[in-house]
Write a protein that binds this ligand. Structure first.
Ligand code: ADP
Ligand code: MG
Length: 374
């Protein structure tokens, strides 16, 4: 049955994946806002993998700095095109892989646009969260003769290092499973895209209860939609499990410590701590370091089982094109560079290697063709 095929080929698949690396970094540049078309841009040039930023040195001289990613999406790239690139990653969840997708960037850079979509949701505007789930429904339906899949979701928020269940509006505790911390949150079975839309609406309502007009909490907390998949091979009865975390991170902008006090300062410190902890974890995974510092934040603790090993990570950094925001843009790109350099370096070396090519040929000609290499 499928399970046996999967086990036989997983090794081969993992070999290819090992050579290619399990961490991807994408960059998306949002368009100027309407009426901003004459605004000076900090983006000098973009191609499929690099973005060049225009800066000025102290004496007013122009300077350029290039950053390299696995993929760069310019301002006119559609939601569908963005999702198309992530599809293999999403589908691997059905083969039992754990996946984390992060949206990183300053407030207003398009994180929520990528993950959820614009406020007035249209079919075309649907973000990664909806597209990922509807794709999982679609593929699980295609495989229904051989595997029976159960798909369920959780929605969590991390605010000031506390985890909250967005599907029940309660403060939640972590319970322990075999020594691993798992949030004791509502897990809701879903089988239609409309189920997901309804749940996301409930989650957004619960989240906004804690915001005021002056105090938009959504930009200062991390929200995480987790998809759990369980597949049962109808012939052997064997079970496989995969999970996917879709994380809309808190805004990465640095706040001026001299200007904020009290709660605002505490929030800023928590955000700073958790985003740098995430950066540390991903960069030590990328450099294959023996110690991975998961314990330094709630976010990395929560996602520990889905970061590292055979798990796959996509860091999706967002930048704004306005020259005014240059400082934040550079700091976002530096964060991305820090988590990516090693992997991108390795990928470059292996790009044309015969070994990868050969393995890929075996994969695409053989039984593994339903598995999603990315
Ligand atoms: P963030 O979640 O990072 O704070 P948002 O996703 O809310 O940012 O985006 C800020 C604004 O820019 C929103 O009005 C959003 O609809 C718009 N926007 C962001 N990215 C894009 C894009 N790629 N195309 C069109 N509009 C975008
Ligand atoms: Mg947002």
């Amino acid at each position: 049955g499928y399970q046996r095929v999967l086990e036989e080929n997983r090794k081969l698949y993992n070999q290819v994946q090992d050579l290619k690396g399990n961490i991807r970094v994408y960059c998306r540049v949002r368009p100027f806002k309407p009426g901003q078309s004459n605004t000076l841009s900090s983006v000098d040039h973009m191609d499929e993998k690099t973005i060049t930023i225009l800066t000025h040195s102290k004496n007013g001289k122009e300077a350029r700095k290039a950053f390299t990613f696995n993929k760069v999406f310019g301002p006119s790239v559609t939601q569908a095109e963005v999702f198309f690139d992530m599809q293999p990653l999403v589908r691997s969840v059905l083969d039992g892989y754990n996946v984390c997708i992060f949206a990183y960037g300053q407030t207003g850079s398009g994180k929520t646009h990528t993950m959820t979509g614009p406020k007035e949701l249209t079919e075309e505007g649907l973000g990664v969260n909806y597209r990922a789930l509807s794709d999982l429904f679609h593929i699980s339906n295609q495989r229904k003769e051989t595997i029976s899949y159960d798909i369920s979701v959780q929605m969590l928020e991390i605010y000031n290092e506390q985890v909250r269940d967005l599907l029940s509006a309660d403060e939640i505790r972590n319970s322990s499973h075999n020594g691993i911390n798992v949030p004791d949150a509502n897990l809701v079975p879903v089988s239609l895209t409309s189920d997901v839309i309804n749940l996301m609406n409930i989650g957004h309502k619960n989240r906004s209860v804690c915001s005021t007009a002056l105090n938009d909490r959504s930009s200062r907390s991390h929200s995480c939609l987790t998809v759990h998949v369980q597949g049962r091979d109808l012939t052997s009865g064997n079970i496989l499990r995969g999970s996917m975390h879709l994380v809309d991170l808190a805004g990465s902008e640095r706040v001026d410590k001299s200007e904020v006090v009290g709660n605002r300062l505490k929030e800023a410190q928590h955000i700073n701590k958790s985003l740098s902890a995430l950066g540390d974890v991903i960069s030590s995974l990328a450099s294959r370091s023996s110690h991975v510092p998961y314990r330094n934040s709630k976010l990395t603790q929560l996602l520990q089982d889905s970061l590292g090993g055979q798990a796959k990570t996509l860091m999706f950094v967002h930048i704004t094109p306005e020259y005014e925001a240059l400082g934040e843009t550079i700091s976002t790109l530096k964060f991305a560079e820090r988590v990516a350099t090693v992997e991108l370096g390795a990928a470059k070396v292996n790009k044309d290697s015969g070994e990868v090519k050969e393995l890929k040929e075996q994969v695409s000609s053989g039984l593994l063709q339903h598995m999603c290499l990315y």
